[in-house]
Design a protein around this ligand. Sequence first.
Ligand SMILES: [Fe+2]
Length: 287
Amino acid sequence: MNRKDFMLQTGAAMLAFVLPLKNTYAFGPDDQTAGACIPTTTDILGPYYRPGAPFRSDLTIAGDPGTILNYKGKITDENCRPLADAIVDVWQANSDAAYDGTSADYKYRGKFQTGADGTYSFRSVKPGWYLNGGQYRPAHIHFRVTKEGYTELITQLYFVGDPYIANDPWASDPAAEKRIVPIAVAGGEDTALFDITLQGSTTGIGEKQQASPVTLAPNPVRDLLSFTSPVTLQNIEVCNVAGQLVLSAYGLNVKEYRLPVQSLRRGLYFCRIETAKGIYVHRFVKE
Ligand SMILES: [Fe+2]
């Protein structure tokens, strides 16, 4: 097969490959198919995470300034079934934009376990804006959500109307769209609703991942994505969530390959990997 034929065939194959993914994993207001919940997108961990936060749902501190906010939501799987016993670990700056990085009080940090209905809630203040280099980051809450059998989710919550979203590389990413939530008055206090969907490690595309002999690492990845396989790797194509081919490597005939991914924007990507034994689909997150 010459290169032109290969590209044509690959193009047709990519179309078939991408279309179902668009229906299931693309982002935007119309992307949710009936009966399906879209996995919540990831965001950077940031430098301020501290393990060991206490289990508590009231993070407010008597005498501290700030606008009190209630945060509520439901954790579900991709079939919109509530996930009980998920651990939600949150951390944020106080209203003066400072993180507690050292104290035993773990100020404005806490963990919660979801009940049978998958819901979580906590009470805190609206975080302040802090400088990141030369510009302010929009107000945000960091979330780390874990549940056995599901991919760990590290993400951030933003607020509608925040003037610093537009210039923030993470909050302005289209993948963050559903994590920018309005603040509404409920029960006499301002409330932000944020539902979260975890990606099952053994559902949907994950089943193909499980069956695949190819290993991708690291994931999330920043610079170089390594493909390792006991069978020969032939061609690799990477698509973004819009289905556009963004990277490719053809005619490899190796069992290990490192693909530079520095040029990619942050977000979720899909790989179509042709090997000597079959074609496999993987996904990865670019940090
Ligand atoms: Fe932060």
